[in-house]
Design a protein around this ligand. Structure first.
Ligand SMILES: NC(=O)c1ccc[n+]([C@@H]2O[C@H](COP(=O)([O-])OP(=O)(O)OC[C@H]3O[C@@H](n4cnc5c(N)ncnc54)[C@H](O)[C@@H]3O)[C@@H](O)[C@H]2O)c1
Ligand SMILES: O=C(O)CC[C@@H](O)C(=O)O
Length: 393
């Protein structure tokens, strides 16, 4: 068996090396891939061939992937939850310090000093009073979204002596366990914005969060607050932000998402989407998704998919079917009947659902003929049926 993987973006070598050469062909120009591996490339604009079985994002955000249409085709989208969280957390801390210590202006000031001047040292000491900053202890940080990154930012800020409040209506038990018990829960987003000296955004960009920080919400923020956006550009209403900055409010907006309209705007500090750009984060993310994409292609198992449930079943010796279907009654019954009518016995079965989608792994006691696969595919509600190659085939 051989799988073909089409890559977009630069993927960490350790991730690419996790594809055994005997089983995988991996390249950026494969026309009919089984899998797609990418980082920030915009897949919304790319026609995806029917051959695609799985899409893997070596990172956290999946707003660059047409998840809804892939779900309708029965294609799981994988990401790498938490794999780059430390890298982003570190850059958020740097962003806070950039703002509180006026580091960009201070660096520009030094760069512009005349090195041949006999007064060089005096100019340094004389100029520094323009960059007197503030320390972090006692300042209040508001973290919007307390998932993998927000949770680490909150804990690190506590470690630096900041007071931390958070808002996340969808906080998972797993992430809540990892959060410092000193992090106070804000009753709503407006309360967090009104109380915070620094606001840091760590939510995904989805329809519900587009323009989350709008004119009304910017209005309730403190006049000298810092706003940090290391999540996604679309979370902040740019026109409203520019208006507020133009009125002299907000001490600084630090963003990882440069935009032509933000270029040259006073008190805007833009970084070139650097949050996850460390050797460690790139490797962690790539290795995690490659391993999960491989387990899906080779065994049908689904781990860390944003649209499909977690379905992991140890292999038996025989053939395996993987069925993606709408989460409606009697799907497993109809598949089972079709197999029974073909004289095939079920050796093991695991079915799970997530939202509107369900996924079933079925190990059977003999090869599944084409006509049986086609009969299952024809059942109303079935989105995709795959025959997983036998172990060792
Ligand atoms: N700058 C970068 O390079 C970089 C790197 C990694 C991730 N990101 C961005 O950061 C985002 C968060 O990443 P993560 O790994 O922490 O994801 P995550 O899924 O672990 O956490 C996101 C959290 O946001 C919460 N949330 C969703 N909607 C919310 C809302 N309206 N208000 C408050 N909370 C809400 C969720 O409940 C969840 O706990 C990603 O989706 C991505 O867009 C950027
Ligand atoms: O791949 C990158 O460099 C950025 C990834 C980041 O935006 C993410 O959502 O994980």
């Amino acid at each position: 068996m051989a799988f073909q993987i089409r890559t977009y973006n630069q993927i960490a070598p350790s991730g690419l090396q996790a594809f055994p050469q005997s089983l995988y062909q991996v390249a950026p120009d494969i026309a009919s891939p089984d899998g797609i591996l990418l980082r920030s490339a915009n897949l919304h604009e790319v026609p995806l061939p029917e051959t695609v079985q799985g899409v893997a994002r070596a990172g956290a955000g999946v707003n660059n992937i047409p998840v809804t249409s892939l779900s309708e085709r029965g294609v799981p989208v994988f990401n790498a939850p938490g794999a780059n969280a430390n890298a982003v957390k570190e850059l958020v801390l740097a962003g806070m310090l950039l703002g509180f210590r006026h580091l960009k202006q201070a660096l520009v000031f030094v760069d512009e000093l005349d090195p041949s001047s006999p007064d060089f040292e005096r100019a340094v000491e004389g100029g520094k009073k323009r960059f007197v900053g503030h320390e972090l202890p006692g300042r209040r940080l508001g973290v919007v979204g307390l998932g993998a990154i927000g949770g680490q930012v909150a804990n690190a800020a506590r470690g630096l002596g900041m007071e931390v409040i958070g808002f996340d209506p969808g906080l998972t038990v797993e992430h809540a366990w990892r959060l410092s018990s000193d992090v106070r829960q804000a009753p709503n987003l407006e309360a967090l914005l009104a109380e915070s000296d620094v606001v840091s955004l760590h939510v995904p960009l989805i329809e519900a969060t587009r323009g989350l920080i709008n004119a009304d919400r910017l209005r309730v923020m403190k006049d000298d607050a810092l706003l940090l956006n290391f999540a996604r550009d679309g979370l902040v209403d740019r026109a409203a932000l520019l208006e507020v900055l133009g009125k002299g409010r907000l001490s600084v907006y630090v963003t990882d998402f440069p935009h032509p309209e933000l270029q040259g705007v006073e008190r805007v500090l833009s970084l070139p989407h650097l949050g996850a750009s460390t050797v460690e984060a790139e490797a962690n993310s790539a290795v995690m998704v490659v391993n999960n994409l491989r387990d899906f292609l080779e065994n049908g198992n689904i781990r860390h998919s944003v649209n499909f449930p977690e379905v992991i079943m140890p292999r038996t010796d025989g053939p395996r079917l993987a069925v993606a279907n709408a989460n409606v009654p009697n799907m497993v019954g109809q598949v089972g009947t079709t197999l029974a009518e073909a004289g095939l016995n079920i050796v093991d079965l695991l079915n799970r659902s997530k939202g509107d989608l369900a996924y079933t792994l079925i190990d059977v006691d003999g090869p599944v003929p084409d006509r049986v696969q086609a009969a299952i595919q024809a059942i109303d509600g079935v989105l995709r049926v795959r025959r997983i190659p036998d172990v060792g085939a």
